[in-house]
Design a protein around this ligand. Structure first.
Ligand code: NI
Length: 161
């Protein structure tokens, strides 16, 4: 595995704002990308990472909200339910945090790391992570949807928690 460079918004016209293309299938190269993304995400203490964040405009996502690793290739949200409003951050926008409304429950269809289709339903933080990462594949960032950003004082308070 290898650590990859996470793009930040400093490069505003970067991959982060462009739509990613679906993968034709899953091969060893895809698995290596997913492995490198997972290692990179863990190193950065994140709970999710999308391929465009490391400069690869492909629809691949890794998530781990503490219940184990989930690899998603070509993920599509097929159903949503309810609503939640909470803090949200992004490894591509370091030292920032916003309040974002998301569905409470999300169902996603995707391919796994072996190219097998699967369906996943996530609630709470997992639902939030699924929405956030799949947005990345369309060049959408949480700041586009945030009702407000946290103030420096609020961020400081967060860090001391
Ligand atoms: Ni993000």
């Amino acid at each position: 595995m290898a650590l990859l460079h996470i793009l930040t918004l400093d490069a505003y016209e970067s991959a982060l704002r462009r739509p990613s293309r679906p993968l034709d299938g899953v091969n060893q190269r895809t698995r290596t990308l997913l492995d490198d993304m997972y290692e990179t995400m863990r190193e950065a203490n994140g709970v999710g990472l999308a391929a465009p964040q490391v400069g690869v405009l492909r629809r691949a996502v890794v998530i781990d909200v503490g219940d184990g690793r989930i690899d998603l290739v070509n993920p599509v949200i097929t159903a949503t339910e309810g609503e939640q409003e909470d803090r949200e951050g992004c490894l591509s926008l370091p030292d920032e945090c916003g309040i974002v409304k998301r569905p409470m429950k999300v169902t996603v269809q995707a391919l796994d790391r072996n190219g097998e289709p699967f369906t996943l339903t996530g609630e709470g933080l997992l639902a939030r992570a699924l929405c956030h990462e799949i947005d990345h594949l369309d060049g959408v960032l949480y700041v586009d949807k945030a009702s407000r950003m946290l103030t420096p004082e609020e961020l400081e308070e967060l860090e001391s928690e």
